[in-house]
Design a protein around this ligand. Structure first.
Ligand code: RIB
Ligand code: CA
Length: 312
């Protein structure tokens, strides 16, 4: 099998951590490195959390620091610590990772790796898109070297930070608009589908019995599970794992080709991924694939299969 070179861009919080564990076990992916950006929690904690998850996975891969704030620093960058905990990982306690982040900046690493992979590189981004935007702004030839970008972010329907905007896009709308208009095909795995990719309490308990990595997924998500169930959801939405599983197993999902632009000015709509499903009447350039449905049980089974492969 021809493996796909991948860089994983994250703001390691709870669902990023689970997504990283899954991605590392997907046979088709040859993950080259992780780039980190502020989002769920400030950048230093994102770096520490990412390093910890890689140690839990038993892999030795490089981690690169990127942006510690959105492109326009006066933008009010939210964190999601009310969901992910003060340390970003459900306030689980763990030692500092042994391996320090690399000295090269995330956007410079993306360019260097893209050149090395000579056009085959794919980006998976489960975070605000500041690092990717910085790379595109600094290296004009970069779009020709990136095969595809899969993001967890946005939604054609509604938001989770405001009625219009999803967290990753809301945190840096300007960066998102740059990425959607980079010329690289963007696969948008947004709330339209990730709200359907949930685990209930029983499934999370069952995962905890699989192995150490399954126990981590259960423990790290306990607080979010309680919060989700307490707010009428059937379980905890695995937003970032939904995007990672889509990237490797699209047959479990439903998609459409659309045009997407990101609102950056609207008083009520800043951060909205405005999505055009029609023909070229509105947004003539169909720059994105929207993922809008998933076979939840098949998604769940794939999560169990991949986490289970840590103890195979
Ligand atoms: O809206 C959900 C997204 O925001 C996920 O990527 C979660 O980790 C947070 O970054
Ligand atoms: Ca994330």
């Amino acid at each position: 099998m021809e493996r796909i070179p991948v860089i994983f861009d994250c703001d390691t919080g709870i669902d990023d951590a689970i997504a990283i564990l899954l991605a590392l076990k997907i046979p088709a992916f040859d993950i080259k490195g992780f780039t980190c950006v502020a989002g769920n929690t400030p950048l230093p904690k994102v770096l520490r959390n990412t390093g910890h998850v890689l140690e839990l996975a038993g892999v030795d891969l490089p981690v690169y620091a990127g942006a510690d704030k959105p492109l326009f620093a006066d933008a009010t960058a939210p964190t999601a610590e009310h969901v992910h905990g003060k340390n970003g990982l459900g306030d689980l306690e763990f030692d500092d990772p042994k391996r320090a982040p690399e000295s090269m900046k995330a956007w410079d690493y993306i360019y260097e790796e893209a050149k090395r992979q000579n056009g085959a590189l794919e980006l998976i981004a489960t975070a605000p898109l500041t690092n990717l935007a910085m790379a595109f702004l600094k290296y004009k030839e970069l779009p020709k070297l990136i095969r595809r970008i899969v993001i967890m972010g946005g939604a054609a329907s509604y938001g989770n930070v405001t009625p219009a905007a999803e967290f990753n896009i809301y945190t840096d709308p300007e960066a998102a608009e740059i990425v959607f208009n980079s010329g690289v095909p963007v696969h948008m795995v947004g709330l339209d589908v990730t709200l359907k990719a949930w685990f209930n309490a029983e499934e999370s308990e069952k995962l905890s019995a699989v192995n150490e990595q399954g126990m981590f997924c259960h423990l790290v998500g306990r607080g979010e599970m309680r919060y989700s169930l307490g707010h009428g959801f059937p379980g905890m939405c695995l937003h970032d794992p939904c995007a990672v599983i889509y990237a490797a197993y699209p047959e479990l999902y439903k998609t459409d080709t659309v045009g997407v632009h990101v609102e950056t000015l609207g008083k009520y709509t800043r951060g909205k991924t405005v999505t055009d499903f029609l023909s070229d009447k509105q947004f003539p350039v169909k720059n994105a694939v929207i993922v809008y449905d998933v076979d939840r049980e098949a998604f769940r089974d794939k999560v169990f299969e991949l986490i289970g492969s840590y103890s195979a």
